[in-house]
Design a protein around this ligand. Structure first.
Ligand SMILES: [Zn+2]
Length: 173
């Protein structure tokens, strides 16, 4: 397994719609392994392939809370939301591609998602709580959408300016 560098906003790849995965190959399995390792190392609760510059519809997540015991690493290939609750919930979201910036985002409180597993089978599950927010945030990444796109333009521009500055500082080393 290899840690992959995470792209920081703004980056055109984070605004691009990712391509469906045609089939589960060893390359896809390796990519999923690398993404899980990169996510846990960050640390984060979700990571989508475009965040490491791979334009494939693949995400990994584990929104298990520390006091809930064993981790539950999940790999979702070609995920789609098949149902969303009318009830909505608000979470303070962050993103590994937008370090140290957090903002409240409102989304459906529960969603049903269907995806292809690394076992080549179709899976479906209903998510709620932090899992529901996480899976929607990550699927957004596959559609070139970031959580700051839900914010008012002023706030979004302020965060983007901070990220431009951060990238400049990191490039200088
Ligand atoms: Zn994110």
């Amino acid at each position: 397994m290899t840690l992959r560098p995470i792209l920081i906003h703004p980056d055109p790849r984070l605004k691009t719609v990712a391509d469906p995965v045609a089939s589960i190959t060893d390359e896809i399995r390796r990519l999923a392994d690398d993404m899980l390792e990169t996510m846990y190392d960050a640390p984060g609760i979700g990571l989508a392939a475009p965040q490491i510059g791979q334009m494939s519809r693949l995400l990994v997540m584990d929104a298990t809370k520390e006091d809930e015991g064993a981790p539950r690493p999940m790999v979702l290939v070609n995920p789609t939301v098949t149902w969303a609750s009318e009830a909505r919930s608000v979470y303070e979201e962050g993103c590994l591609s937008i370090p140290e910036q957090f903002a409240e985002v409102e989304r459906p409180a529960k969603v049903e998602v269907q995806w292809l597993g690394l076992d080549g089978k179709t899976h479906a599950e209903r998510f709620e709580g932090l899992w529901a927010t996480c899976v929607q945030h990550e699927i957004d990444h596959l559609d070139g959408k970031l959580f700051i796109d839900y914010l008012k333009p002023m706030k979004r521009q302020m965060i983007t300016r901070k990220m431009v500055k951060l990238k400049r500082e990191r490039a200088r080393g």
